[in-house]
Design a protein around this ligand. Structure first.
Ligand code: ATP
Length: 253
């Protein structure tokens, strides 16, 4: 990788009590690229992401934009430009789409001077351009949106904070294939805006299709990594994660 990575994780370990959920994982994300971490249920993907965001204590080293951030609190990491969209999609159900979006900029702007305050309006415009459906539904209560729309809102809200690294925990979870495609198209489009994306996914096919690079994690360990197109052709990935293995063909026949 020629450029300084926006994110470097070296030998990360995360434990829940005596149980080690992430056992020495190293990953890199280049600026403006899309990197996915795939793996089965319980492999440690969410744990890895939460630790990178600073929400769980970990061992190892994490650098953001070339600076060690191991001692930074979650809030400081967000201020620096890291945004996590958690799996639970923490939206305010009774509030409108627009108010949810505006809250996304609140964290970033509350310590700023007035002159910069208006910046959030152009950020809002940008998010509405990316997600026209959020604009159409800006006055609707977030809780009444469909699953796909709520996922768009969760991503849009994270983008309101002007992140340079967007971390998404299973954006495809529980969504119909067409909606997954739509959301992944939007994620793919973010590349052009310079925002890098670290994507945690069980849907390996959808994730690898939009990614530049991918990592496979199993029981807390990295077992495979490579350029996404190469990974998608790797027999081990095909057999285990893309559902095109020999066994399945036999079963389907
Ligand atoms: P999924 O796709 O199902 O979310 P995952 O790859 O994200 O899976 P994690 O949620 O990171 O996996 O879980 C990794 C391991 O750590 C699992 O064995 C899980 O049971 C365990 N684990 C997760 N959270 C906790 C917790 N708060 N306390 C104890 N163990 C936990």
């Amino acid at each position: 990788m020629m450029q300084t990575p926006i994110l470097t994780v070296e030998a990360m370990r995360v434990c829940y009590g005596k149980v080690e959920a992430v056992s020495g994982v190293s990953i890199k994300v280049a600026p403006g690229s899309i990197v996915s971490v795939i793996g089965p249920n319980g492999a440690g993907k969410s744990t890895l992401l939460n630790a990178i965001a600073g929400m769980l204590p970990s061992q190892g080293r994490v650098s953001y934009d070339g600076l060690a951030i191991d001692d930074m609190e979650v809030e400081e990491r967000v201020q620096a430009g890291m945004a996590l969209v958690p799996e639970t999609r923490e939206l305010f159900a009774d509030m409108s789409v627009q108010d949810n979006l505006l809250l996304g900029s609140f964290r970033r702007y509350r310590q700023r001077r007035r002159a910069e305050d208006r910046d959030y309006l152009s950020q809002l415009e940008w998010v509405y351009q990316l997600f026209p459906r959020l604009h159409e539904r800006r006055l609707q209560a977030a809780g009444t949106m469909s699953g796909g729309e709520r996922q768009m809102l969760a991503i849009g809200r994270a983008l309101m904070g002007k992140p340079r690294l967007l971390m998404l925990d299973e954006p495809s979870l529980g969504l119909a294939p067409l909606i997954v495609k739509e959301i992944f198209n939007i994620i793919s489009g973010l590349r052009a805006t310079g925002v890098a994306t670290l994507l945690i996914e069980q849907n390996a096919r959808a994730a690898l299709q939009v990614s530049d690079y991918g990592y496979v994690i199993e029981t807390g360990n990295l077992v495979l990594e490579g350029a996404a197109p190469a990974l998608a052709c790797d027999p081990r990935v095909i057999e285990t994660y893309l559902g095109m293995g020999k066994g399945r063909h036999v079963q389907a026949a």
